[in-house]
Design a protein around this ligand. Structure first.
Ligand code: SF4
Ligand code: SF4
Length: 200
């Protein structure tokens, strides 16, 4: 017959160290009802504050059902979709220097450069300029890095939803669809001069 072995006695010279936070709930927290009421008070305050803003037409309480609706209250400084600025002759200002693609932290700009014989002053240009909007974080570094003011960001957001991943690539024709001369904050001198002279 096996007799149970006595368990060894552990003697500690120091008390066991506590690796957790001891619960510190007092009677107030343990009652829960007061904290529930406090939470409801915060929720109610935010709700009525937003309702007040909505009733008075102020910013902060509007919900846009994207993509069917687009917010109308973007800040003028919002970094939205990219635009490639163009020269008066309609060609993009970009000289395919690749600085924007180099500085882009998301590696989402792809440029293929080619010689542009028709423009002696700008002998290189992009035959392919694409931005992968599925990776872009709208940081604006590309705009900062460009030495030619060839890329800007308009306040409107890109219309991205589609059924194909290819729809998330911003290509030259799409990125060209904004004339810098219409930007009152940062006019494009050459285009303005051409317009003033009456040339297209
Ligand atoms: S906004 Fe930022 S992440 Fe987007 S393309 Fe420009 S540098 Fe890249
Ligand atoms: S957009 Fe500007 S920085 Fe980017 S390749 Fe063109 S000229 Fe260079």
């Amino acid at each position: 017959m096996n007799t149970p072995r006595p368990s060894p006695k552990i003697t500690r010279s120091k008390p066991r160290r506590a690796y957790w936070n001891e619960p510190t709930l007092g009677w107030y927290e343990k009652a829960f009802i007061f904290e529930i009421l406090r939470g409801l008070g915060i929720t109610g305050r935010v709700f009525f504050s937003n309702m007040g803003k909505w009733l008075t037409g102020r910013k902060g309480a509007l919900t846009a059902y994207y993509p069917e609706e687009i917010r109308a209250d973007y800040s003028p400084n919002n970094r939205g979709r990219h635009v490639l600025t163009t020269r008066p002759n309609g060609e993009v200002q970009c000289v395919a220097c690749n600085l924007c693609a180099t500085v882009c932290p998301a590696y989402c700009i792809e440029i293929v450069a080619a010689p542009n014989r028709a423009e002696p002053a700008h002998p290189k240009g992009p035959v392919r300029f694409e931005i992968d909007y599925s990776r872009c974080i709208f940081c604006g570094y590309c705009v900062e890095a460009c030495p030619e003011d060839a890329i800007r960001m308009a306040k409107e957001v890109p219309t991205l939803p589609g059924f194909d991943r290819d729809d998330m690539w911003g290509k030259v024709d799409m990125l060209k669809g904004w004339q810098p001369a219409s930007d009152p904050k940062k006019p494009y001198p050459a285009a303005d001069a051409a317009q003033a002279a009456g040339t297209p």
